[in-house]
Design a binder for this molecule. Sequence first.
Ligand SMILES: Cc1cc2nc3c(=O)[nH]c(=O)nc-3n(C[C@H](O)[C@H](O)[C@H](O)COP(=O)(O)OP(=O)(O)OC[C@H]3O[C@@H](n4cnc5c(N)ncnc54)[C@H](O)[C@@H]3O)c2cc1C
Length: 290
Amino acid sequence: MIVGVSFSPVQEYVMRIGERIEVLGNGFIELRDVMGSDDSIAEAARASYGKGTKRKSDNEALIDRLVRDRHTSAFEMAEMQFFVKCPLFVRSQWQRHRTWSYSEYSMRYSEPIEDECYIPDPEDWRLQSKSNKQGSQGKLSETAGMDDCERLTRQYGVVEDRAFGAYRNAIDLGVAREQARMSVPVSTFTQFVGKCDLHNLLHFLSLRKKKDAQQEIRVYADLIAKAVEAYFPVTYASWLNHVFNAFKLSYRETTAIMIKDWDGTITFGDEKERERYIEKLKYLGLGGVQ
Ligand SMILES: Cc1cc2nc3c(=O)[nH]c(=O)nc-3n(C[C@H](O)[C@H](O)[C@H](O)COP(=O)(O)OP(=O)(O)OC[C@H]3O[C@@H](n4cnc5c(N)ncnc54)[C@H](O)[C@@H]3O)c2cc1C
């Protein structure tokens, strides 16, 4: 089965083995294989206690405790494998995660998958974030007209056509693929098989599913999360509770709250650290900060 996802919410999708979900136009993600289950994770954990098999409800309590206490080994016993097609710039971020195993399409061996790249639709251009130097914030269409957004999309299309024109020209002249590929832009699609154990997969999701991850990798992470939820529902729920949605306070922040230093002037010399603290107070509704 193939279904399409751009940046729309992915809640309605549940990824099952063999299902391919289209992402970012020509990209996709397909769940290839799953090893293990919540029950097998609990069983693996019990090996360290030597207590034998228990009831399902015991498994749920055990998994919750393992996640809460960062007792991670048992989650390394389960694995998931995905087949992914994504732009090269997403691949670069993805493959920084060394605990995955990868087998990737070779542009030395074969020509680029197709002369087609990922180009955002006119309404999908995002503005540079003012607070996060690496991030984006809002839409270009909020500050520029749709004409500008459409022109930008067209302009990227022209640049990519020219890049592939140079590639084609080099290939036609007999240049080696390993060298001809130098003109290929980072928006070109690549594909790879990637496998990861559940402990490190959840770590990947902690980084790539969160708000400050780039939207183009987050859409894949959101789908992986749906697959984890489908195959490891107990682990996933505990991870959401104890890790992903858990709220973190530094030691200084905790101290400031304990001494009711609501404007942070006693505790924080560093203005940026104080601002982060005030943001957290707002989130928690503490100290009367609006
Ligand atoms: C929002 C965001 C912005 C980023 N910006 C940048 C950037 O500007 N520049 C940049 O270079 N990277 C950047 N990264 C990549 C980031 O620094 C990590 O390389 C990437 O997220 C992989 O994380 P990891 O090493 O924890 O994961 P994995 O490689 O999967 O490793 C998982 C864990 O295993 C352990 N581990 C793995 N390998 C080793 C090792 N060799 N030695 C010790 N422990 C190991 C560590 O505990 C690690 O956390 C960014 C990542 C995010 C999410």
